[in-house]
Structure formats: structure tokens, C-alpha cells
Design a binder for this molecule. Structure first.
Ligand SMILES: NC(=O)c1ccc[n+]([C@@H]2O[C@H](COP(=O)([O-])OP(=O)(O)OC[C@H]3O[C@@H](n4cnc5c(N)ncnc54)[C@H](OP(=O)(O)O)[C@@H]3O)[C@@H](O)[C@H]2O)c1
Length: 419
């Protein structure tokens, strides 16, 4: 590093890496003078739009080069990126990554490693890509006692749900998402909430100093949502969204990912297509909404360039221990103790006493009912109930018992109602 001049390497030149390299090369000198020295790839013979002289397939060329101040990791996956980041930080180099898998896996440890080695680690692009949300949470809102953070943080599932809201079936919406490149050929991680889970783990660390494991972060995806669920949502002036909810209220921390029925007036209901949004609630701020593109090469590269500038600033001011990470305030609350209200759709026999036996089962489990609608006759009757708030365990027990009642043909769907 010299005056305003920094030597940089990039690990990876794929979808994101090539966009980052292009942006680094066009950065104006008056902002910062970037000297791009090396780019790590696995196959140097591949035809690509990067100066061949910069390419290497040997990580040591970057790790051992004392002139390199700052390294951007955009390889993807946990290995070998995780070990690369560790050794770069141990060597005192600043690191920027877009890798949610690595940060979810060991973000706190890496931040600590950066601090111990008087350097820095930034990962804005790892959550909601182009939306600058981590930096405001870390810096602007550091003095705020946050209560709840709720995010639509998977663009693929939001695209599918938005299409279903407009009348598509799940399968048609998924096929279109794949044709448009919003969904992978194997969409499991997106539609089953796994991608959102990793991002929720990162938000948990940043917002509440908590480190939930993948095993104890309840995760449910959208693959069982049907057109009929949307028809019902519409009748109730609601829509359906896959959300990560992270809260630290009532003396307990919990993070979870699942679909919710949400009021059409809520800001998250207006987030359509592949967009992402994060709603932050706190004592003094009431509610803040961050929204924008949560994926794509250009928005992701934009977040990475922002991190590059922050890292350059930190390197020039020789600050250590910059990241003022929060420490966890409340104990972890198990998901079974998290309260919410449920929307329950049942296929029932239309005979005397059905409603009484269902209401009785809820009552035995301390769950009270807010509203009931019955439609159809004979064996085709449908009963739709919305419960008052109750702990997850009581609601699950109720549903298990109700599904074995003689008068209940099936529990067609259950959805938590966001409030
Ligand atoms: N796509 C998005 O919208 C988005 C948004 C936010 C964050 N991200 C994150 O950005 C990261 C990069 O994603 P991407 O879509 O750019 O991935 P990608 O297109 O698969 O590119 C990966 C690059 O890394 C190189 N590479 C992979 N393994 C390597 C190894 N062991 N040694 C050396 N080079 C290796 C590849 O080299 P070759 O070119 O030689 O194969 C390629 O250039 C991921 O962590 C992803 O989660 C992506």
C-alpha cells in the first residue's frame, strides 16, 4: 500500500469475479488507485475476458506476495475458500468475500482472526447481494437495540411465489425461473430455504451476536405451497412470502426460515420477482426497509466494490478491531417455544360435531381460534381456520391430533401468519 494506492488479487473469475475485475479496472483514480496484480482460477487455459498475465492457478502466488494488500474471494463453496481466507487474514491481508456459505459456517471466527491480525474482513455481498444492508446494521445501527429482523433473502423463491400470486402453478413458476436463469437446474437449496438459512445465520451474527447452527435454525421451504393457498391468501387480503425471521424479544433469541401469510399492506408483500428486502425493527428506529436486487453479477460486484473502498479506508487509517460485533443478549429460544398464529386448511366430512371436535382438540392444547370458514358439503367440505398466537409445540400437537380425527380426511395446509 502506498498513499492511496492498493494492490489487489481476486480469487475466482467466474460470473461474479469477472464483473468485479471489470469494475476494479474502471475505478477512478481519485477514489482509490487499484493495482490488480493476480487472479486465481482453476483452469488458466480457459478462454476469458481477463489479461492472461494476471492469471494463476497457484494460491501461493497470492498468499506469499507481500505487495498484495487486499484479496477478494469469489470462488464459491466452502472449500478451499475457507482455508484460503484464514491464511490470508493470518498473513495480514484484508479480505472481501461474497461467500455466504463460508461466513455462515465460521464468520465470527474469521472476524476475530481479522482483528487479531490487525486487518479486516468484509462480506456485504453475502446477504442480499446488491442491497447495502450489513454495513448499516454494523455501523449506523450499532447503537440500536434491535428487536426483529425479517428478510426476503432468496430471490428464486420470491420469483416463484410472485408468479404463483399472479396465477401460475408451482411447477410452471419454477420452470420459468429456470428458463430465465433465476433458478439452478437443481433448485433444492433455494426452494427448500437452505440458501435463506445461511443468510439468516449471518444476519443473526450481525444483528444479535448469535451463532445458530444449521441444525437448530428451523427451515421450511415453499415446494408444498399451492395455487389454492394463494386463493385463500387473496381472500384474507394476504399474500405468501418465504421469510427469514430473526428475533430477540421476550428474553429469547430465535432465527427461522419458513413461508408466511403476510398482510398485503406490509412492505414485504410488495417485494416481487427476484428482488430481496430486509425489514429491521428496533426501539428507536421503529421500522427500516432495505430492498433491491438480491442477486446478479452487477449488483453483487457493486457491493464488493463498496467493501473494497471500506477496506482501503481501514488499511490507510491502520485501525484494528474495527468490527464492533454484538454479543448475544438473551438465551437461545427453541423453535417449539416460538409463538405465532396459524392458518389451517382441512378437508373434512360435513357432519354434525366436526367443528366441535376440531375446536376441542385445539382447546386441549391451549390454542384458541380466531376465525373459521366452512365451504362445500358432504365429503368435500373444506374448513379454514386462523388461530390466535400460540407456541409452535402446541400448534403442532393440535395438528397431529386433528389429522387423526375420523371426521378429518386431511390437513391440506398449514401456514404461519406474520404479524
Ligand atoms: N451469483 C450471484 O448472484 C451471487 C450473489 C451473491 C454472492 N454470490 C457468491 O459469489 C461467489 C462466486 O459465485 P460465481 O457465480 O461467480 O461462481 P462461478 O461462476 O462458479 O465462478 C467460480 C470461479 O472460481 C474459480 N475456482 C473455483 N474453484 C477454484 C479452485 N479450487 N481454485 C481456483 N479457482 C477456482 C473458477 O475457475 P475457472 O473459471 O477456471 O473454472 C471460477 O473462475 C459464490 O460464493 C456465490 O455464492 C453470488
Amino acid at each position: 500500500m502506498q498513499n492511496n494506492s492498493y494492490t489487489v488479487a481476486v480469487l475466482g473469475a467466474g460470473n461474479i469475479g469477472s464483473a468485479v475485475i471489470a469494475r476494479l479496472l474502471e475505478l477512478e483514480n481519485e477514489i482509490v488507485d487499484i493495482n490488480l496484480k493476480k487472479v486465481l482460477v482453476s483452469d488458466i487455459s480457459k478462454d476469458r475476458d481477463v489479461d492472461k498475465k494476471l492469471l494463476t492457478d497457484n494460491f501461493s502466488d497470492i498468499l506469499d506476495d507481500q505487495s498484495i494488500d487486499l484479496v477478494i474471494e469469489v470462488l464459491g463453496g466452502v472449500d478451499p475458500g475457507k482455508e484460503y481466507i484464514k491464511s490470508l487474514l493470518e498473513g495480514g491481508k484484508a479480505v472481501i468475500t461474497a461467500n455466504k456459505d463460508i461466513i455462515a459456517d465460521c464468520g465470527s471466527e474469521l472476524v476475530q482472526l481479522a482483528q487479531e491480525n490487525n486487518t479486516c474482513l468484509y462480506f456485504e455481498a453475502a446477504v442480499a447481494a446488491g442491497i447495502p444492508v450489513l454495513k448499516p446494521l454494523i455501523e449506523s445501527l450499532r447503537g440500536e437495540s434491535l428487536k426483529r429482523v425479517t428478510g426476503i433473502i432468496n430471490g428464486t423463491s420470491n420469483y416463484i411465489l410472485s408468479s404463483m400470486e399472479e396465477g401460475s402453478s408451482y411447477t410452471d413458476a419454477l420452470n420459468t425461473a429456470q428458463d430465465l436463469g433465476y433458478a439452478e437446474p437443481d433448485p433444492t437449496n433455494d426452494v427448500e430455504g437452505v440458501d435463506a438459512k445461511f443468510k439468516a445465520m449471518i444476519l443473526s451474527m450481525i444483528c444479535f451476536g448469535a451463532n445458530p447452527t444449521p441444525e437448530n435454525l428451523y427451515t421450511e421451504g415453499i415446494s408444498t405451497i399451492t395455487k389454492e393457498d394463494f386463493d385463500w391468501a387473496n381472500r384474507l387480503n394476504k399474500t405468501i412470502k418465504l421469510v427469514a425471521v430473526i428475533d430477540n424479544e421476550n428474553e429469547g433469541f430465535n432465527a427461522r426460515v419458513h413461508p408466511v401469510l403476510i398482510d398485503t399492506k406490509h412492505p414485504l408483500a410488495a417485494i416481487r420477482g427476484s428482488l430481496n428486502a430486509v425489514v429491521v425493527e428496533g426501539e428507536n428506529i421503529n421500522q427500516l426497509v432495505f430492498s433491491g436486487p438480491g442477486a446478479g453479477a452487477a449488483p453483487t460486484a457493486s457491493a464488493i466494490i463498496g467493501d473494497v473502498l471500506s477496506a482501503c479506508h481501514q488499511l490507510s487509517s491502520d485501525q484494528s478491531n474495527w468490527y464492533p460485533l454484538r454479543s448475544q443478549k438473551f438465551e437461545n429460544k427453541e423453535f417449539k417455544n416460538v409463538s405465532s398464529s396459524w392458518f389451517v386448511r382441512l378437508s373434512v366430512k360435513d357432519e354434525p360435531g366436526v367443528l366441535a371436535s376440531i375446536a376441542g382438540t385445539f382447546g386441549e392444547n391451549n390454542v384458541s381460534i380466531e376465525s373459521v370458514i366452512q365451504e362445500g358439503r358432504g365429503d368435500q367440505a373444506e374448513l379454514v381456520l386462523v388461530t390466535h398466537e400460540a407456541p409452535e409445540e402446541d400448534l403442532q400437537n393440535s395438528i397431529n391430533q386433528i389429522s387423526s380425527l375420523d371426521s378429518v380426511a386431511s390437513v391440506t395446509s398449514t401456514l404461519r401468519v406474520y404479524s
